[in-house]
Design a protein around this ligand. Structure first.
Ligand code: SR1
Ligand code: MG
Length: 477
């Protein structure tokens, strides 16, 4: 986004309106210089960190990356010393991209480059490089709303589908920490603020309609990433699909039941429709515990390449789902019976606090910063108006909570019956025990998706999770 002098409005860069794919050499359809737009209309981050060159895309190998970074004075200075002495390690363990950690005498950076295909599957599944640009847009947007809760972008090259970021240290990927049984006492504060501020300030509660619609347009080209979600989360786990997998043979019968369950199919189809047609806010789009880096004191959200204007509950549901899975997988990581009790109690408290703190923070923003076109204050005059508007806010949060539970359920089911699984379960070596943990999660998820209205509070969710943790599924053996 850029700031227009005089009108005080943030604007998305016009180049974001067109999708592009440097590999197929599709031209960028809208590309205006700062001069043509008026210097004040060009965003400062594009001037400072987005490389104006349109490099030919190539997958960067170590020596190429070293030369490339050496040619960026600010990055080279940050790393320090001779480029030849920098260490470069590829650490990407996600499903899509290359990620390099580069360290020099003075400091380090993280470099993320999109591959033209899904890394998890290979070249047979092409994927647009444009996701790197949407990630850059989302990161720079989030950095204004929640500085310190996302990595600072230091450089972006659209042609190379490359983002250079601040190195987040000494943080670990939250999923790994949870598998090890670590507690993160400050996580709730960070994630609640991240979600409340990024969702509220990109919604119609905060924005004039024209600005909101510009935002929707700026991210509309990220549809290939949305399509992954539409297929892998909302469709494939409920039908026969070549890429589905589950813990065999234990979950064969459950997977078959889920493919026949029409109540479940109706519920997940409603959620899919909401994902398709509810541009409520700029969502992260993939907010699982692998997209969150933590220490005891700090929380940093990474990887918003799935960002687009979608339903808020999809982000909140992703967080809740992944915490529920960490909780239900916990017994599979025990080294002595009951040895992870403290962790499990903390997990359930954390799930409750995530919703409660998010909800409080979001409502407070609505009460104090609602400059958007939704709910005009002139329609709610006086004490009676204020009371009616407050009742409306509570109803909005109840609807958002129901969305959150539905999306959380979909996120759980896809990790157990779909293509992309979670290390929380995958690292449980005893496959029968893994299947027990997964079957419990599926049972909870089905209830959350089909009987959503029965869960009126987050306490009802954690109570159900506690009960299902002790349920013993019967497998046909
Ligand atoms: C083919 S991509 C599989 C999954 O990886 C990403 O992290 C998203 O969750 C996506 O659904
Ligand atoms: Mg990711």
């Amino acid at each position: 986004m850029s700031r227009e002098a005089g009108c005080g409005q943030w604007r998305w860069p016009l180049t974001a309106f067109s999708d592009y794919d440097p590999v197929k050499k599709r031209p960028v359809s809208v590309s205006l210089s700062g001069k043509a737009l008026g210097a004040d209309c060009v965003s400062f981050e594009q001037q400072s960190v987005a490389d104006p060159r349109q490099d030919e895309y190539r997958i960067l190998q170590e020596s190429d990356l070293r030369d490339y970074l050496a040619g960026l004075p600010a990055i080279a200075a940050r790393l320090g010393g001779a480029a030849a002495a920098w260490t470069i390690i590829e650490v990407g363990d996600g499903n899509l991209n290359l990620v390099f950690i580069v360290k020099g005498a003075a400091g380090g950076v993280a470099v993320k480059q999109a591959l033209p295909y899904v890394r998890l599957v290979g070249e047979s599944w092409p994927l647009p490089l444009s996701r790197s640009h949407y990630e850059y847009l989302a990161l720079t947007h989030q950095a204004r709303l929640v500085p310190g809760l996302v990595p600072a972008v230091l450089h972006h090259n659209k042609g190379l589908a490359l983002v250079v970021m601040e190195l987040i240290e000494p943080h670990v990927i939250m999923r790994k920490g949870l598998i090890a049984g670590a507690l993160y006492p400050n996580f709730v504060g960070g994630i609640a603020t991240f979600m409340a501020r990024t969702l509220f300030f990109s919604s119609d509660l905060a924005l004039p309609a024209a600005q909101k619609k510009e935002g929707i347009a700026a991210f509309a080209g990220n549809h290939a990433l949305c399509k992954i979600t539409e297929d892998l989360i909302f469709t494939d786990p409920y039908r026969v699909a070549e890429q589905n997998r589950w813990t065999e043979p234990w979950l064969d019968a459950t997977a078959a039941e889920f493919r026949e369950d029409l109540e479940l199919h109706a519920a997940v189809s409603r959620l899919k429709l909401k994902f398709l047609n509810a541009p409520e806010a700029l969502i992260h789009g993939d907010l699982h515990t692998g997209s969150i880096m933590v220490t005891e004191d700090s929380t940093v959200v990474i990887d918003p390449e799935f960002a687009f204007y979608g339903p808020m509950g999809f982000d909140i549901g992703a967080v809740i789902a992944n915490l529920l899975m960490a909780y239900l997988a916990s017994v599979g990581h025990e080294t002595s019976p009951g040895g992870r009790r403290v962790f499990e109690v903390w997990m359930l408290e954390t799930i409750e606090n995530v919703w409660t703190e998010f909800s409080n923070e979001f409502l407070e923003l609505w009460r104090t910063e609602s400059h958007g076109d939704a709910y005009p204050v002139t329609l709610f005059p006086g004490a009676a108006g204020a009371a009616r508007l407050e009742a409306e806010r509570q109803a909005y949060m109840a609807r958002l909570f129901a969305d959150t539970l539905g999306f959380a359920a979909a996120k759980i089911i896809r990790r157990i019956l779909g293509l992309a699984h979670n290390a929380d379960f995958e690292l449980i070596e005893d496959t029968r025990l893994r299947a027990v943990c997964e079957a419990r999660s599926l049972r909870l998820a089905r209830a959350m998706m089909v009987e959503t209205a029965a869960f009126t509070t987050v306490g009802a969710v954690t109570m159900a999770a506690r009960m299902v943790r002790d349920w013993q599924p019967e497998f046909a053996e």
